[in-house]
Write a protein that binds this ligand. Structure first.
Ligand code: ZN
Length: 214
C-alpha cells in the first residue's frame, strides 16, 4: 500500500493526492498533465508536463547551436587548409608550365588530364594561365601574378573536394615520374583534410536541423 501525498496542482492550485511511485498524473480539477519530480529538497513536486517538454526542447536547441558554432569554426579551418593546398598547387603550375623544350610540363599535363576527365576540357592550360599575366612596364617582363591565377574561374580546381579528386587522380598516375610525385606531395595533406571536412559538414547539417527543432 502506497502512501498518498497531498500536493497542489501548479496549474489551477487545486488539492491533489498522488502516490509517491507515480511519475505522470492528471489534475483531478483542471485535467492538466503533470509530471512528478523529486526536487533538490527531497520533496515530490508536480510540474506541468508541456512546460517541461518545452524547456527540454529549448535545451536541445541550445546545445545544437553550440555544436553548430564549433563545427562551423572547424569547417572554416579545414577549408582554409584546403585553400592553402590549392594555392601551392597553382603556384607549382604557374612556375612549371614548360619544360626545357618549350612543351607543357608533365605536372601541368597531369592536372589538365584530370580536369578534362571531370569537366570535358582542360582547365589550366597555358592559354588560361596567360589571362593572369601582365607586362611589367619598366622591365618589359611578363609576370604571372599568383593572386590573379587563384582568381581565375577554374572548374574542378576550386573546392576542397576538387583537390581531393585531383589527389586521387594523381595517386593513380605516379608512374608519370618525378613531376607527378611533386604534385602528389603538394596534394598529400588533402587525403586527411577532405574526409574530415566532409564529416564535419554532415554533422553541421544535422546540428542545424536540430536547432530548427526538426
Ligand atoms: Zn489543476
Amino acid at each position: 500500500m502506497n502512501d498518498l501525498i497531498p500536493l497542489h496542482c501548479p496549474s489551477c492550485g487545486g488539492n491533489i493526492q498522488v502516490e509517491n511511485q507515480l511519475e505522470k498524473i492528471y489534475c483531478t480539477h483542471c485535467g492538466t498533465q503533470l509530471l512528478l519530480r523529486m526536487g533538490s529538497d527531497g520533496l515530490l513536486a508536480p510540474l506541468i508536463a508541456r512546460e517541461m517538454a518545452a524547456s527540454a526542447g529549448l535545451m536541445e536547441a541550445q546545445k545544437a547551436q553550440i555544436t553548430a558554432d564549433l563545427l562551423q569554426k572547424q569547417i572554416q579551418q579545414l577549408e582554409a587548409q584546403a585553400q592553402r593546398i590549392r594555392h601551392d598547387l597553382l603556384q607549382y603550375c604557374r612556375d612549371n608550365q614548360v619544360d626545357g623544350w618549350g612543351r607543357e610540363t608533365k605536372g601541368l599535363k597531369l592536372v589538365n588530364q584530370y580536369t578534362r576527365q571531370v569537366t570535358g576540357s582542360p582547365q589550366l592550360t597555358r592559354d588560361i594561365l596567360r589571362q593572369a599575366v601582365s607586362k611589367n612596364p619598366v622591365t618589359g617582363e611578363w609576370n604571372y601574378h599568383l593572386q590573379a591565377v587563384e582568381a581565375l574561374n577554374l572548374p574542378a580546381l576550386t573546392t576542397a573536394e576538387d583537390m581531393y579528386r585531383l589527389f586521387q587522380f594523381v595517386l593513380k598516375n605516379t608512374d608519370q615520374g618525378k613531376e607527378a610525385r611533386q604534385v602528389l606531395a603538394i596534394l598529400q595533406p588533402i587525403a586527411s583534410i577532405w574526409p574530415e571536412l566532409a564529416k564535419k559538414q554532415q554533422e553541421y547539417g544535422n546540428a542545424v536541423e536540430k536547432m530548427a527543432g526538426r
